[in-house]
Design a protein around this ligand. Structure first.
Ligand code: ARG
Length: 533
């Protein structure tokens, strides 16, 4: 039950009667009471009445029977105290009501021949939590993994592969990539061959395509292995790399040209969406076709966008990609709108996120300054944690518990601590609940709220639906993560102060409810729970 929403709806009726027009009652959880409404303060001027008078009038008219009592407080607040019977009642944990959409959710998006690294970690973790939350919310979610599996770098990779066929197991693709890069930088003859390879790849030369295929295959295998380890719901069926849009790029250019949206600039075909200017004040181009005739990242994203609204019939497009690409997406969306590929009623949103920092406050790197590979990170998690689920849970929670737009510091000791704002703390709460329930001598019975810690726990549990609804509405998994942490804290106070639990049907029922809330919540975030800790 979304108690906050129910209280707001009841108060809204009274506020409207008093104000003569609809008013948001601004019901919020509060330190001073269970909930507080502060809307009377904002109405004083308009109504020419003292806020306390307005609040008193609303309190007198509001029908809160069977739900809560309202009390005037301070300059004009209404303090709401929920009836114990409401807190004690059993309720389901339902997703928010409202229109259901078909949502294409673009996340993870690693690049072939470069192993998944921590930069992609956030997209993968946040994206997967959103996939789970939105699906639970009743939306029709189409997961898309926009792999970087195309581009000029493949000329160099394939040429290197053909020079060294047999020398490599391709199991260490990062080393392979680096060696190709070194040769490319130092050997002019190799550079020429690499450029010809790009042309051969684009023209569909069978031998070149076969080598490209091997590279992509090998990469995809390692991505899938990482996803499995991390408990990510992306499967191969969701992979739709940049290469899959290649045959649509010509028609993207044709359509944009027909709509008068392309301008030739220094040999390239560019769109200049309104409102985008560079530092020099000049209009910023979105390069659709390069001067050499090739297509890049932007063209592919335009084709993908058109495909998602036209072919996949999405009403909402979400892109879980780091903040540095904000301008890229804003421009792609603007061109998509102008081209009619984002019709009215269809929304596109860059679900951006900050960086993962090392303890020194800079981008997370290995000691030698290399980017950290995800597989290595997961190995380290396994070594440090008591169980794989604990390491994975620690990493995911640390990523999900902060507002996604902020950077966060990757700190093993803090992430893995069993106390504090951590994944293991939540996992431990659930493990403890499960073992309590397994030992229970009595069946859970009706809830009777005696001790303040019981009341606090029951009230906190009622915050689940609003938190999950906010996580969905704002695409902010931390709203749910923070709530689950509140639940675990309330449970641990209850556990320490309300004894005995085992013989009390009421306390067992509260314990069971807490367990169900944590289990569903952690599941929606994609955080696994070990059997024991
Ligand atoms: N491969 C890209 C990168 O590593 C991310 C892809 C994001 N998705 C998209 N549709 N552009 O930066």
């Amino acid at each position: 039950m979304n108690l906050e929403a129910v209280l707001a709806a009841r108060l809204a009726v009274a506020f409207e009667a008093v104000a003569g027009e609809p008013v948001d009652p601004l019901v919020r959880a509060s330190q001073h009471a269970d909930f507080q409404s502060g809307a009377a303060l904002g109405l004083a001027r308009r109504l020419g009445r003292a806020p306390r008078e307005i609040a008193a009038d609303v309190a007198a008219r509001a029908d809160l029977t069977g739900l809560a009592t309202a009390e005037l407080s301070g300059p004009g607040f209404l303090n709401l105290t929920v009836d114990d019977a409401v807190l004690a009642a059993a309720y389901p944990l339902d997703p928010p009501p409202g229109a259901k959409e078909r949502i294409v959710l673009d996340y993870s998006g690693p690049n072939v021949a470069k192993e998944l690294h921590v930069g992609h970690l956030r997209s993968t973790i946040i994206g997967d939590a959103l996939a789970r939350l939105l699906s639970w919310g009743g939306h029709d979610v189409v997961r898309v993994n926009h792999l970087g599996d195309w581009g000029t770098q493949f000329g160099m990779l394939i040429e290197h592969m053909s020079d060294h066929d047999g020398d490599y197991s391709l199991s260490d693709l990062t080393a392979f990539y680096q060696q190709a890069r070194v040769t490319f930088d130092n050997d002019p003859d190799f550079r020429t061959r690499a450029r010809l390879r790009v042309v051969a790849l684009q023209n569909g030369d069978p031998a070149t395509r076969a080598m490209w295929h091997r590279l992509v295959e090998q990469s995809e295998r390692s991505f899938v292995a990482d996803y499995e380890r991390l408990g990510i719901t992306l499967t191969r069926a969701d992979f739709s790399g940049e290469s899959s849009y290649q045959d649509q790029l010509g028609s993207v250019v044709d359509e944009l040209t027909a709509k008068g949206l392309l301008v030739e600039s220094e040999g390239a075909l560019c769109a200049f969406p309104a409102g985008f200017t560079g530092r020099d004040g000049q209009p910023l181009p979105l390069i659709v076709r390069k001067s050499d005739g090739g297509f890049g990242y932007a063209a592919t994203d335009l084709a993908a966008l058109r495909h998602r609204t036209r072919e996949l019939a999405a009403t909402r497009l979400l892109y879980v990609v780091g903040t540095p690409q904000a301008n890229h997406f804003a421009m792609v969306f603007a061109v998509g709108r102008a081209a009619g590929w984002l019709p009215a009623g269809v929304t596109a949103e860059h679900v951006n996120f900050g960086s993962v920092l090392g303890p020194d406050g800079r981008m997370l790197k290995t000691r030698s300054g290399d980017t950290i590979k995800l597989a290595g990170l997961l190995d380290e998690a396994d070594e440090r944690a008591t169980a794989p689920a604990v390491g994975i849970g620690a990493i995911k929670y640390a990523d999900l518990a902060n507002d996604r737009r902020s950077d966060y510091v990757f700190d093993w000791d803090r992430m893995l601590a069993v106390t504090g704002d951590t994944g293991p703390y939540l996992q431990y709460a659930l493990v403890r609940i499960r073992s309590l329930l397994a030992k229970a001598g009595a069946a859970p019975g009706p809830v009777v709220l005696g001790h303040p810690a019981e009341r606090r726990l029951a009230l906190t549990l009622l915050g689940f639906e609003p938190a999950a609804a906010a996580a969905i509405e704002h695409r902010e998994p931390h709203r749910l993560a923070v709530h689950l942490h509140d639940v675990a804290v309330a449970f641990s106070t209850f556990y320490e102060t309300c004894r005995p639990i085992l013989g009390s049907p009421s306390r067992l029922a509260l314990t069971a409810r807490t367990g169900e809330t944590l289990r569903l919540g952690l599941d929606l975030l994609g955080i696994p729970v070990p059997d024991e800790m």
